[in-house]
Structures are given as C-alpha cells and as structure tokens.
Design a protein. Structure first.
Length: 202
C-alpha cells in the first residue's frame, strides 16, 4: 500500500514538474516512501536467529526512522522557506548512511578475530575516498564562492552512503555468504540513494 501510494505521488509530481504543487507532491512521495521503509524494517527487528543479525536489523530500522524524521524536518523547512547551508534535515539524512555503515560493521564482529576496523578499515576508507573525490568533482565547479559548508554537507551524504555500500559487500565476503536477492537489493538501494542525492544536488 505504501509503495503504491509513493509511486502514485511520484508520477503525479513528475507529470508537471514546473507546477506550484509539484514540490509538495514530491515531498509527500519521499515522506510516504521513507515511512514505509521504516515500518518494514521494524517488522524484521527481533526475528533473526542470531543476536548480531538482530542488532544490525535494529540499527537499520533506527537509521530509516531518523531518515523519516529528516524528511519531516525538510517538509517543515519547505513550509517556512528556510534553507540554511546546513539544515536540521541534513543531520537526520546523514544518519542513514552512518547507521547502515555501523550496522554492517557490527555483523563482522568476532571475539576470536582482530577488531573489525583492522580487517576492513582500509577497504571502507578506500570506498569513502573514491566517493568523496567523485562528489567534489561534481559539486566544486558548480558551487558559489564562499559555500564551503554547503559543499561539505552535500558531499558528506554520498560519502557515507557509498561507504555503507562498500561495507555491505565486505560483510558478505567476510561472512562467506553467497550473493542473495536481499543483500543485492540492500546494496543497490544504498547506492541508488547516494546517486539520487548527488543528482538532486547538482
């Protein structure tokens, strides 16, 4: 139901992107989509067989709930036409990538092995560095002078999201899991969210 409503709102907004109500329809679309995602994530909390999996699911659910709070904050900013360089909604939006990053890192914890950052830290750092370089290549030529905070806030989101996507792959490899539809969809969803954010900010 939530997915169908989100799709309908997206089609409505895309049908007339220049209309005065289009931005409100798009905002409603994202709000419904994020609320649905948070609800589905909470349904899975506590249903896994392993404690680490349940903790990761809880982390993902909290992250998606914070993403929903960010979208609601964005709606309030839209009402008051208030757009500071770093808005309250930005802080909530960043929680999604950080939460997914921590959630997947938590799946790699093993008392019999060295700390997780020693094993996968360089891999995650490499993905974050590549994402930062790509984001700055897109944003810097278009950024107005004196907008360092704006560029930093815009670049932070894809960096943490791509880092989370890299950690998704690393977690699957370290746990020697075969590729699954669930893991693939999570990774694609995280990358898609980062890509959509960059496209929206360019």
């Amino acid at each position: 139901m939530g997915g169908a409503l989100a799709l309908a709102l997206w089609i409505w907004a895309a049908a007339a992107p220049q209309a005065t109500w289009a931005e409100w329809a798009a905002t409603a679309h994202w709000t419904v989509a994020y609320a649905t995602a948070a609800w589905v994530a909470w349904l899975g909390v506590g249903r896994a067989d392993w404690a680490l999996d349940n903790r990761a699911r809880r982390t993902f659910a909290v992250s998606l709930l914070l993403l929903l709070f960010g979208q609601l904050a964005y709606a309030v900013q839209l009402v008051f036409d208030w757009w500071p360089p770093v808005a309250p909604s930005d802080l909530f939006f960043l929680a999604l990538g950080l939460g997914f990053l921590l959630g997947f890192l938590g799946l790699l914890e093993d008392p019999a092995k060295p700390p997780v950052w020693r094993r996968v830290g360089l891999d995650v750092l490499g993905g974050a560095t590549a994402a930062l370089a790509f984001a700055l290549t897109l944003y810097l030529p278009r950024a107005p002078r004196g907008s360092a905070w704006l560029v930093a806030a815009s670049a932070a989101y894809p960096v943490v999201m791509v880092s989370a996507a890299v950690t998704t792959v690393i977690a699957m490899l370290h746990q020697r899991q075969r590729p699954s539809w669930a893991g693939t969809l999570i990774g694609l969803g995280v990358v898609g969210q980062a890509t959509g954010w960059m496209a929206w900010n360019v």
